[in-house]
Design a protein around this ligand. Structure first.
Ligand code: BES
Ligand code: ZN
Length: 638
């Protein structure tokens, strides 16, 4: 075994020397040039940023294409396969390093010959480096492996009654390495082909060109021609049907949901056209949506060509499509221009919330998008309050997550502070200039990584080249400072203001429950009302609301969620059976965290632990990670 470096040593060579503007190498096209000086330049450019959450050393050797062949075993809850990579190396490269977490490595070949490899020590969150020795000029590395039954990315949903089993992956942020050995850093991109065997009768889907029918033999082939980072690798397996809803759009869902999903998301193509109208052509050919089992821990995940989504956005009235607008927007912000490290997460999410709002405005009008912006502002102010006490540095846009789980950075700061920062820039330079700038940003950095420092440099050279604009924005305060600067744009939503006035009237008794304009309100207004009811509202008043407006029977899960949370705080027990059923069925963390927290704060820990004990086996690791900590849950005690 030659030249193995210790696990914690990161390449430092050019890092300190490479001034951002001078180091334009990453601007070079990454695709299909065989010219060796371009290659050297590209490899040097990979040295610009250090990703503390990956062992890969892309400046030495990096993957460019994946050929994955694998088989999915529901009995053992494992994926066994071979990940074969085309690689690109620096001239003196002696090794290539992959990320793994809980994988059993059966063997490695380099250019077809068996090769030496070592698995380094395991570190929390990031797993173990797999280091493979290379000979000069090595071009192809193949790794045979099996995943662990408790791989963190995977959720194996058991068959129940006539419901078939289901498997899905969630790779973001650093979980891809739990189901495939890969250079799991968002700055490293590769195209892929895959051949996957699954149990007969089930359909397999990936973040790639997908089948539209179940195959007879359980074997599926996939192709993703555009280079993507590992966190966008995705696989789902289940009894799923396909329904086209437009020229480039379709929904995939289990048989019980396919009709509802086709109705709910019939407007997808319109969103796609609006997005293209704003910021340029869609780069991924198709945009489809897969409705996952309710255990999916997120609202949505922007897997290229195939967004994964929770069924809790099926409301029956198309009222929750903004989530689709969000994931669609990631096709530009995130999937095309990608945060280089998880410290730069706001470059993915802040841009995406901004783009989402613009799509919503274009399709549904300004008063709808301004209601959403108002809710986003309220969420942000609450989050800044909550985080400022614990860890004020986490309220900066640019994060410092070294040594921590990147999941810690998944707060409203990246999303909503990021959004308001972009909105401030829009206000400062005017919409026309801002839109042209954003479109050219996506074009210029398509299929590339972007880190905060480089972005700031770009901003200063382009959109904010004018001193007065730069001064007005106060960039450093926003990006490297705490909380919300006082030049944060104000949102004006007369509809939300009316809701607040109605709530005040209802609370001081001047407005009777029967006189609430509940039936005139759309979900954002109902949500605003319910989520701002005083914590000490009595169970009697909750009963009155329920009896008058049938709130507990709503089909909108956002409204239901706000209702259940307030029911806990008010001790309104008739909601509890619904609450328990909801928590057992739904694994979406955004709902779970506030509901379990409300039980905890309302001295209902017994109920919380009782429900959690029943629900936990059905949750994804992303959700149990958060809930275990919130409820001080110890597996051993249960
Ligand atoms: N990419 C995120 C989900 C994510 C972030 C997963 C970080 C793992 C780590 C996705 O685009 C997202 O933001 N989803 C939101 C929906 C949205 C409308 C804000 C969610 O799931 O709630
Ligand atoms: Zn997002």
């Amino acid at each position: 075994m030659k030249s193995l470096f210790s696990a914690g040593r990161w390449s430092t060579g050019l890092l300190g020397l490479c001034a951002l503007a001078a180091c334009g190498g990453a601007d070079e096209p990454q695709e299909s040039d065989s010219n060796s000086s371009a290659k050297a330049e590209r490899i040097r450019a990979m040295n610009q940023v250090t990703d503390h959450h990956s062992y890969a050393r892309p400046d030495e050797a990096r993957i460019t294409h994946l050929d994955w062949s694998a088989s999915v075993d529901f009995e053992t809850r494992t994926i066994t396969g071979t990940a074969a990579y085309a690689i690109e190396t620096a001239d003196d490269a002696e090794r290539i390093v992959f990320d793994t977490h809980g994988l059993a490595i059966a063997g490695v070949t380099v250019d077809g010959q068996e090769a030496d490899f070592t698995l380094g020590e395991e570190r929390p969150f990031i797993g173990r480096p797999l280091t493979i020795s290379l000979h000069p000029g090595a071009e192809r590395v193949a790794i045979q492996y099996t995943s662990s039954p408790d791989a963190n990315a995977l959720l194996w949903v058991e068959a129940q009654g006539d419901r078939a089993p289901f498997l899905f992956t969630q790779s973001q942020a650093i979980l891809a390495r739990t189901w495939i050995p890969v250079q799991d850093s968002p700055g490293i991109r590769f195209s892929y082909d895959a051949k996957v065997r699954v149990p007969q009768g089930l359909m397999a889907m990936m973040s790639a060109e997908n089948p539209t029918e179940t195959s007879a033999d359980g074997v599926y082939s996939f192709r993703m021609a555009q280079p993507i980072p590992a966190y966008l690798l995705a696989l789902a397996v289940g009894e799923v049907e396909y329904r086209s809803v437009g020229e480039r759009c379709a929904v995939y869902a289990t048989p019980d949901l396919i009709d509802k999903a086709a109705y709910e998301f019939a407007e997808m193509e319109e969103l796609l056209l609006a997005a293209e109208g704003l910021y340029g052509p869609y780069a991924w050919e198709r945009y489809d949506l897969l409705i996952l089992p309710a255990a999916f821990p997120f609202g949505g995940m922007e897997n290229p060509r195939l967004t994964f989504a929770t069924p809790t956005i099926i409301a029956g009235d198309r009222s929750l499509v903004s989530l689709v607008a969000h994931e669609l927007a990631h096709s530009w912000s995130g999937n095309l221009v990608t945060n280089a490290t998880w410290d730069d997460f706001w470059l993915n999410e802040g841009f995406t919330v901004y783009f989402e709002q613009r799509i919503m405005e274009a399709v549904y009008g300004r008063d709808v998008s301004e209601m959403l912006a108002t809710l986003s502002y309220q969420g942000l102010v609450d989050e800044v309050d909550a985080i400022s006490d614990l860890n004020p540095d986490d309220t900066h846009l640019k994060l410092h997550l070294q040594g921590r789980d990147p999941d810690d950075g998944m707060t409203a700061i990246a999303y909503d502070k990021g959004y308001f920062f972009l909105r401030l820039m829009e206000n400062t330079v005017g919409r026309e200039r801002f839109d042209a700038w954003l479109a050219s940003y996506f074009e210029e950095y398509a299929f590339k990584g972007m880190d905060t420092e480089r972005f700031v440099d770009y901003l200063k050279r382009t959109l904010l080249a004018d001193e007065a604009d730069l001064a007005a924005v106060r960039l450093d305060e926003w990006i490297y400072g705490p909380g919300l600067p006082d030049n944060c744009p104000r949102v004006a939503s007369p509809r939300i203001e009316r809701v607040d006035a109605v709530l005040t009237g209802w609370e001081d008794g001047s407005l009777a429950t029967a006189d609430l304009p509940w039936n005139d309100w759309v979900y954002q207004e109902r949500y605003r009302f319910l989520s701002n009811i005083a914590d000490d509202t009595s169970a009697e008043r909750m009963a009155e609301l329920d009896a008058t407006w049938g709130i507990g029977r709503t089909g909108n899960n956002e409204v239901l969620f706000a209702w259940m949370e307030q029911s806990i705080r008010s001790g309104y027990t008739p909601t509890y059976p619904r609450l328990e059923a909801f928590l057992i069925e739904v694994g979406r963390r955004k709902f779970l965290t506030p509901l379990y927290r409300a039980m905890k704060e309302a001295d209902q820990m017994d109920m919380a632990l009782d429900i959690y004990g029943k629900a936990r086996p059905g949750y994804h690791s992303v959700a149990t990670g958060t809930m275990d900590a919130l409820l001080d849950w110890n597996e051993a005690d249960s």
